[in-house]
Design a protein around this ligand. Structure first.
Ligand code: SF4
Ligand code: SF4
Length: 441
């Protein structure tokens, strides 16, 4: 297979980044990249599917990563994985042997080790300039499940299922292989049911995830469902409003600068400075626009609010608010042309994961959530037409059509970033809306 063939395979089979925003994987492929990095940092507290997938599928992942790297002409594959994931590291070592094409880079147990820019610096010492992509330093990064999806596509299986860890206040935390479009309440039920009445459902990790409901559905980017009490600190933090947070910042920001000192992007030398931002925003200072414009370099990792700030303030929420408003108003950012120098003291300022879990009051939920590779059943699925960055896929089925698992039900929009969407179960199309296609078994 050549470069274009691999690109088309990824697009046809609906492969996107399995977490985060779901950037289409075909659009990341880059034939100038000399290094393919596999991201197995999995640094969000309570998430554990990538390390478990490696434990059972190391062979497929190493072989597929090597295949992709050779197809794009890269010189090496680097697997960035935390030393703490001992079983997964052993499985990889067993597979890699004395290869001089694939190497493991052991990462410390810190947050956010999986931030793409942090991971690239950690594994290659290359620094991506603010606003630039990994391609600018000739690197390509995919996560473990994305590589596994390429393996499946090479064997004729498009993306129809997603590994999802269900944990928190459930009787039996587990990691399922769920049909895309399955309802969250069904997965919680399969995990032995919720232990508390009227919980909150956190979709994704405690740091970067969002609050949803048990009626939400699994998408290609759903890594975890964390069931928590509604008054849990993580839930309360997710409910904070910029308007209230601004007032709190005006009253309580001490300008200690801990948020800036510990900001992972600031430590890489990027011009994001949450303390300076808090100063201008809480003083409603319109003279100094730099901190507002530099909000774009915030990754929303949450270190500033969840760990650094001793006053419980949230630079992340206010930065996000400003960033979204600047984007919505169509203002074009000036390119950053200043120096980018990583902080020499970075190693001493990182956030230990264990301390973060304690700070977030999540220690009691840190149980194993064993992986089950056997796909689970669903009687009905609502498959979203937009599960990726870019444009919605366009339905190619009609009501009452019979479809089989793996059939294309919506084709990518050729005019933009977009990937195919496939049926995740055998059944009949019972509803088509502007946002999803419902299939009943
Ligand atoms: S959320 Fe806070 S710590 Fe993270 S990148 Fe943004 S400003 Fe920095
Ligand atoms: S850590 Fe908190 S109090 Fe200190 S500067 Fe940042 S927002 Fe203000």
């Amino acid at each position: 297979m050549d470069f274009d063939g691999l690109k088309q395979l990824m697009r046809d089979n609906g492969i996107v980044g399995c977490g985060g925003a779901g950037f289409p994987s075909y659009a990341k492929l880059n034939d100038k990249a000399d290094t393919l990095i596999i991201n197995c940092a999995e640094c969000e507290p309570l998430l554990r599917l990538h390390r478990q997938l490696i434990e059972v599928r190391a062979k497929e992942i190493v072989e597929t990563a090597s295949f992709i790297a050779k197809t794009i002409g890269a010189k090496e594959v680097v697997i960035g994985i935390k030393a703490a994931y001992k079983k997964a590291v052993a499985a990889l070592r067993n597979q890699i042997g004395d290869s001089n094409f694939v190497r493991i880079h052991l990462l410390p147990e810190v947050y956010p080790a999986g931030d793409e820019l942090v991971l690239i610096y950690e594994t290659t010492k290359r620094v991506i300039r603010p606003g630039q992509l990994p391609a600018s330093v000739n690197v390509l990064v995919y996560n473990v499940e994305t590589i596994y999806n390429v393996y499946r596509a090479l064997h004729g299986h498009p993306v129809t299922h997603k590994f999802v860890t269900v944990t928190g206040e459930v009787n039996q935390p587990e990691t399922f292989y769920a049909p895309i479009g399955s309802k969250i309440f069904g997965l919680v039920k399969r995990s032995g049911g919720q232990k508390i009445d009227d919980p909150a459902f956190l979709i994704g990790g405690p740091m970067m995830g969002f609050l949803g409901s048990d009626q939400d559905v699994v998408t290609k980017t759903t890594n975890a469902i964390i069931v928590l009490p509604k008054d849990h600190p993580v839930v309360l933090r997710k409910k904070m409003k910029p308007r209230i947070d601004l007032k709190r910042a005006m009253a309580a920001c001490s300008q200690c600068s801990y948020c800036t000192d510990m900001c992972p992007r600031h430590m890489l030398g990027h011009p994001i400075d949450p303390a300076a931002f808090m100063r201008v925003v809480s003083n409603q200072d319109a003279h100094n626009v730099g901190p507002y414009l530099n909000a774009r370099y915030c990754s929303s990792c949450g270190v500033c609010e969840a760990y650094a700030c001793h006053q419980g303030l949230s630079p992340r929420i206010l930065l996000g608010f400003v960033k979204n408003n600047i984007r919505a108003s169509g203002i074009k950012y000036p390119d950053y042309d200043g120096p980018v120098v990583p902080d020499e003291e970075m190693d001493f300022r990182r956030v230990p994961l264990k301390r973060l879990v304690a700070r977030l009051d999540l220690e009691k939920y840190a149980d194993p959530a064993p992986i089950y590779e056997e796909p689970i059943n669903a009687k009905e699925v609502d498959i979203k037409l937009l599960q990726h960055v870019g444009k919605k896929a366009i339905p190619v089925v009609k009501i009452n059509d019979h479809v089989k698992e793996g059939d294309i039900i919506a084709h990518y929009d050729d005019t933009s970033l977009s990937v195919n969407i496939h049926a995740s179960i055998d059944g009949t199309v019972s509803e088509i809306t502007s946002t999803y296609i419902r299939i009943r078994k």
